[in-house]
Write a protein that binds this ligand. Structure first.
Ligand code: DHB
Length: 392
């Protein structure tokens, strides 16, 4: 098989890249180890930055998002006894949209299918070859057991932190940075109307808690738990009790309404950045090159921004102009590091470690962010999202 761009990974980064390339007449094949059903049902975060929404709108992918998603002006930040609303529209003129990554992936899958995009699911033994030459390739075993070789002009790794693409950048040229946090999140989905109009991020001495949502009848909530926590230790009653305490049930008349829990999982918290994001004819985008902890929901938005920069770079490269391709890694990493800092900052401001000095610093920072317009605007600018291509 032969194509112009071989894309490894059919998550939102890979599917969106194939969509953007097709809009400019560039052909691609997307290959994926998982099944389509798995990719389209995995539970992920639900916040879209304004630049993510603009990009999806500009390529005809925003219709269901505007119909079924929910535009939010800001978030609540709270700690025991106090809840403050930060209005991003007033502060920086930009809003955010609540629309699950699962829905974005579904919309992308349908749009690519309607356009006749070749997406090969259920492959195994994926390997990336000869990226230092002009004739790179991807080999794999297809779902029927046949060995396939996909030749391409360019290979793009959109295959997350466990995929093979990252490892195709030679070790001696690779640099990585990593931070593991001493806590994890227990996330639940519940069939109950949200008890809040916009997201609540809550600092509490017992640990962070957050109230998000997926629709008028589905809530998404999170609790800080020890790393590697076993979900079996968390009965539904224990989860709702702990959420009520940390989110301030009863505070100023606010009530958390519990409901049937339909999904429970533990999410690790890790920051990771790798450079370069390009080696020869191999380009990396999204989680293949960087991981953020979930606080602030930057993962999908970062992947969209990478791909938004990469698509025009590849279109130009295939026409013989290498300038954007040459600067892709540096350009993308500037924005990646900004979001890496923001995710780390939100995480360390809101999660308790039991250290009394840290707690006082966190509370001081929260008071400043919620009382100073400059402090609030800094959070709002980063949360609502910096432009794609932002360099700082
Ligand atoms: C969600 C997840 C996040 O990590 C976050 O910061 C906000 C919302 C969510 O799943 O809705």
């Amino acid at each position: 098989m032969r194509t112009q761009v071989a894309i490894v990974g059919a998550g939102p980064a890979g599917l969106l890249l194939s969509h953007l390339l097709a809009a400019d007449g560039v052909e691609s094949v997307v290959v994926e180890t998982r099944s389509r059903g798995y990719v389209e049902s995995r539970v992920r975060a639900g916040i879209l930055e304004s630049s993510t929404v603009e990009l999806l709108d500009s390529v005809g992918l925003g219709e269901r998002l505007h119909r079924e998603g929910d535009e939010h002006r800001g978030i609540y930040l709270q700690w025991p006894g106090e809840r403050h609303h930060l209005d991003f529209v007033d502060l920086v003129g930009r809003s955010i949209w609540l629309y699950g990554q699962t829905e974005v992936t579904l919309d992308l899958g349908r749009a690519r299918e309607a356009a006749g995009q070749q997406v090969v699911y259920g492959i195994s033994d994926t390997a990336v070859h000869d990226v230092g030459t002009d004739h790179p390739s991807v080999t794999y075993t297809d779902a029927g057991g046949a060995s396939v070789r996909l030749d391409a002009d360019v290979v793009v790794g959109c295959d997350g932190s466990f995929g093979p693409s990252r490892g195709a950048v030679p070790e001696r040229l690779r640099r990585t940075w990593e931070r593991t946090y001493p806590y994890a999140w227990l996330g639940i989905l519940a069939d109950v109307a949200p008890s809040t109009d916009e997201l609540i991020y809550a600092w509490h001495p017992d640990g962070f808690a957050m109230h998000s949502m997926r629709s008028a009848s589905v809530s998404r909530l999170y609790l800080q738990v020890p790393p590697g926590e076993d979900v079996a230790r968390w009965s539904d009653d224990r989860i709702w009790d702990e959420l009520a305490t940390r989110l301030g049930h009863g505070q100023d008349g606010w009530a958390l309404t519990p409901g049937p829990i339909t999904d429970k999982s533990v999410l690790p918290m890790r920051s990771f950045v790798m450079e370069p994001m390009r080696h020869g004819r191999l380009f990396l985008a999204g989680d293949a090159a960087h991981i953020v902890p979930p606080t602030g929901a930057k993962g999908l938005n970062l992947a969209v921004a990478d791909v938004g920069m990469l698509a025009p770079a590849l279109v130009a490269l295939l026409k013989g102009d290498e300038r954007l391709a040459d600067s892709y890694s540096d350009d993308a990493l500037r924005r990646v590091w900004r979001c890496t800092h923001f995710s780390w900052w939100m995480t360390t401001m809101l999660h308790t470690s039991g250290d009394p000095f840290d707690e006082q610093l966190q509370l001081s920072q929260l008071r400043w962010v919620t009382s100073s317009e400059a402090g609030a605007a800094g959070l709002a600018e980063n949360y609502a999202g910096l432009p794609i291509g932002y360099r700082g």
